[in-house]
Design a binder for this molecule. Structure first.
Ligand SMILES: Nc1ncnc2c1ncn2[C@@H]1O[C@H](COP(=O)(O)OP(=O)(O)OP(=O)(O)O)[C@@H](O)[C@H]1O
Ligand SMILES: [Mg+2]
Length: 380
């Protein structure tokens, strides 16, 4: 799939803009602060209906304006256009082919996008919430019921938290009913995450080895907060067992932990929801050592890029269509050999690169894809 055209109105630093793209490589170049990332942010908004960096839609509205409009014309996918409109103090409005959709999950899968930005480094360098976010963004785009399960899981967790906060966790029966729903939705999410990380690990490992000329290896492992599930994953891995997990079994493990008398007492005392998939993590290792503490900046960066490329491969397999790749500032810290390898790996995918200098992309590869250059200074 690919984006043919982008139309913006009062989005970030753009008043009004209309841009056409190549279905292959697009390089958006220009000085710092000129609005390169803003363009990627606008396009990615049409993939998941949310900004990849701003917490609030209001931040996306151009200063001193009241609303923004983003519209993409797309090809090779289920629809022809996607529009996102937002007016301050009102809700967001999303349209597919000019028809309003009232549920955000109806947007997922129409335009599948993958973003690598400087923020993506946080997947490797920062806390677990960034890794859970990676899983959620990817899985929401390829599995319709994932978003629903996540939404329902959060809803029941909020209900439980509010009971505990009010000091009403004493009613065991009421908590057990909520725990049943938490375990049902949580198990679906946990099994999906486990499957996804397993695939991601295999592919990211290959990309990383390729980028480092097979000199280094990196791997990752899903670390669910459901302890029985975590132990079962370890057992399966140690036995080299490649079979899957059954959602019902994971649900039973989760429920057993949630209804454990000691945990319930602690939750009541602390007035907090203490376990669940909202505390999951992914462990990452570089040549057998913890990536976060042992990896160099360049190694972490290369692994984060490998993860993005691996995600792309999975999204492509699952959706049957090639996602659009957004690589914000990916080239700046890489040596020429790694740059060339990334270009090679993204050759037949619509890719948006941003960089400060046109030359950063390197010399054109003979017989390689043509490159569409966009000078951000000329379109501002
Ligand atoms: N809501 C907004 N209204 C108007 N301008 C905004 C808004 N939000 C951000 N900007 C402006 O957008 C610019 C930043 O854009 P962006 O992050 O896309 O730059 P960039 O070209 O990617 O820069 P760099 O090369 O440093 O990454 C800043 O000048 C900022 O002031
Ligand atoms: Mg930028």
């Amino acid at each position: 799939m690919f984006i043919k055209e982008l139309e913006l109105h009062n989005f970030r630093n753009y008043t009004s803009l209309n841009l056409e793209f190549s279905p292959s490589i697009n390089v958006i170049y220009g000085k710092n602060g000129y609005g390169k990332t803003n363009l990627l942010e606008a396009m990615f908004l049409c993939c998941i209906g949310k900004s990849f960096k701003a917490a609030k839609d209001a931040e996306l509205v151009k200063y001193n304006e009241d609303s923004f409009r983003v519209k993409t014309r797309v090809g090779g996918t289920l629809c022809n256009s996607i529009g996102v409109f937002y007016e301050k103090n009102k809700s967001k409005y999303i349209e597919i082919d000019g028809v309003y959709i009232d549920k955000i999950r109806m947007l997922f899968g129409n335009l599948i996008g993958l973003m690598f930005s400087p923020e993506s480094m946080r997947i490797v360098t920062d806390g677990p919430s960034y890794r859970r976010r990676l899983l959620d963004i990817a899985l929401c785009q390829i599995k319709k019921d994932y978003y629903y399960s996540l939404m329902m899981y959060n809803r029941f967790c909020e209900e439980k938290s509010s009971l505990l906060e009010q000091g009403r966790g004493g009613d065991r029966l009421e908590l057990e009913v909520i725990n049943e729903s938490i375990a049902s939705y949580g198990a679906v999410i946990a099994v999906d995450r486990w499957n996804f990380v397993k695939q991601l690990n295999g592919l990211a490992g290959k990309y990383y080895a390729f980028m480092t000329d097979e000199e280094e290896n990196a791997d990752m492992k899903y670390r669910p907060d459901i302890h029985f599930f975590n132990a079962a994953i370890n057992e399966k891995d140690a036995a080299g067992d490649n079979s899957g997990f059954d959602t019902e079994t994971v649900k039973d493990w989760f429920l057993k932990e949630l209804n454990d008398e000691r945990l319930m007492r602690r939750e009541r005392d602390l007035r907090k929801n203490l376990i669940g998939i909202h505390r999951d993590d992914i462990e990452m290792n570089l040549c057998g050592n913890n990536m976060r503490s042992f990896g160099s900046q360049g190694q972490k960066r290369s692994y984060a890029i490998s993860i993005t490329l691996a995600e792309m491969e999975i999204l492509k397999q699952k959706s049957g269509r090639t996602p659009v790749l957004f690589l914000d500032d990916v080239l700046s810290e890489l040596d020429n050999s790694r740059k060339r390898k990334i270009l090679e790996m993204t050759g037949n995918i619509q890719t948006f690169y941003t960089c400060t200098d046109r030359d950063m992309i390197g010399a054109p590869v003979p017989g390689g894809p043509s490159v569409n250059f966009i000078d951000v200074e000329k379109i501002r």
